[in-house]
Design a protein around this ligand. Structure first.
Ligand code: FEO
Length: 400
């Protein structure tokens, strides 16, 4: 059965949820699922705005057919060519062969790469170009690297709707509630939205800032992303979050402590430090085991705060593998603007501090605590004063 919902009088949500997929992009766990949003504009012309992942092909085509209500499809706007939104493009054209594909030059390079479709009707748009559909006119604005180079957003001037592609999206399936004011966003959505942003788009903060600046000129009543909720209120909350995330600015004054521990001794140092921080008045101290917590959650947590403690064992003369993976991911995502404290452990030849510091030193606008700690197998009584000094320094920064 089709499962669609009106967004405005002329725009219909025709997407679907995927609760079966274990790993988004085959790497990020999505225990709460994900939605692939797609929209149909019905005016004198009918316009499909992005397709969906092949995992929901059956639901998507039932939805599209129901929303069209017997009409044919005139245009397919391709805001983003990643297969979670574009996998069904060729299938759409098999069913609606007269439909014109609308994209920019980069879009069509990628269309050809995935599908060929060289004989399909194509309308190549440039920045600010428009498509008159009847009473609705769609305008196209480029948002490169949010999240791929071809990404553009589409603005419907009649209903003041921004089809924002991956921007403002989130992990987590839609449970009937489609609009932001139908859920408790801070309680139920914010963490997954942050984990989505930081891991998917996090590397491209500068490009996100450019896109935000460009979009600020538009009069927007609805933001329709390709994943997650549609926003129709409280834009300042959403924009403030995106602004912070893309400037690598902390949301919390708390401290995140992440440890990589083989037999629990490095974990113990992390726990002792956490208690010291709490006793010194630091709120929102969070401790994570890098072996147990997925790296995407750790990245999200690192974005959330400024002060990050990394405590790692040494393993095969390297940083302990899960921590090494985390540090490499931080470099890949170009994490910025953090204050790091480093604790290392090594029973005979500690290397973790040198290696972690070397990689982290390449990150922009980052500082390191003066005090770092080297544990030889287990934390010793005589090291507590150094740990206290570190805790005090972090507490002073966290409470500023
Ligand atoms: Fe949801 Fe970049 O695709």
């Amino acid at each position: 059965m089709h499962n669609i919902r009106k967004v405005t009088e002329d725009i219909v949500w025709i997407g679907g949820n995927d609760r079966r997929l274990a790993l988004f992009e085959n790497v990020f766990p999505i225990p709460e699922g994900v939605s692939y949003n797609s929209y149909l504009l019905k005016d004198e012309k009918t316009v499909l705005l992005d397709t969906a992942d092949s995992a929901i092909a059956g639901q998507f085509f039932e939805n599209l057919e129901a929303a069209l209500g017997g009409r044919t499809l005139d245009y397919v706007v391709i805001n983003h060519m990643e297969p979670d939104h574009a996998a069904l493009l060729a299938d759409v054209l098999r069913r609606y062969p007269k439909a014109v594909l609308v994209g920019n030059a980069k879009t069509f390079t990628i269309v050809s790469g995935f599908f060929g479709l060289d004989k399909a009707k194509r309308m190549t748009v440039k920045e600010g170009d428009s498509l008159v559909c009847g009473k609705h006119t769609l305008y196209f604005y480029f948002a490169p690297m949010v999240h791929w180079p071809e990404v553009m957003v589409t603005y419907d001037a009649a209903d003041k709707v921004l089809f924002s592609a991956d921007a403002f999206g989130s992990f987590k399936s839609l449970d009937g509630n489609l609009f932001n004011d139908e859920v408790n966003y801070e309680r139920d959505w914010l963490d997954e939205a942050r984990r989505y942003y930081t891991n998917i788009v996090g590397k491209y903060g500068t490009m996100v800032q450019s896109a935000l600046k460009k979009l600020s000129a538009l009069d927007i009543s609805l933001i329709c992303p390709l994943h997650g909720l549609i926003w129709r209120s409280d834009f300042s909350f959403l924009l403030e979050k995106y602004d912070k995330w893309s400037r690598y600015e902390e949301e919390s004054r708390g401290v995140v402590i992440i440890y990589g521990s083989i037999y629990g001794h490095t974990e113990n140092a992390a726990e002792v430090l956490a208690t010291m921080l709490s006793e010194k008045g630091v709120k929102d101290v969070r401790v994570y085991d890098s072996s147990k917590t997925h790296v995407s959650t750790l990245i999200s947590e690192i974005f959330r705060v400024k002060n990050v403690v990394l405590a790692s064992s040494t393993y095969n003369a390297e940083t302990y593998t899960p921590m090494k993976n985390l540090v490499a991911d931080m470099k890949a995502l170009a994490v910025q603007n953090k204050n790091f404290a480093i604790i290392e452990n090594g029973s005979w030849a500690p290397y973790a501090k040198t290696q972690m510091t070397e990689t982290l030193s390449a990150l922009k606008n980052c500082t390191f605590e003066e005090v770092s700690l080297t544990i030889r197998s287990a934390l010793k009584e005589e090291q507590l004063s150094a740990l206290e000094t570190l805790a005090q320094s972090l507490a002073d920064k966290a409470k500023n």
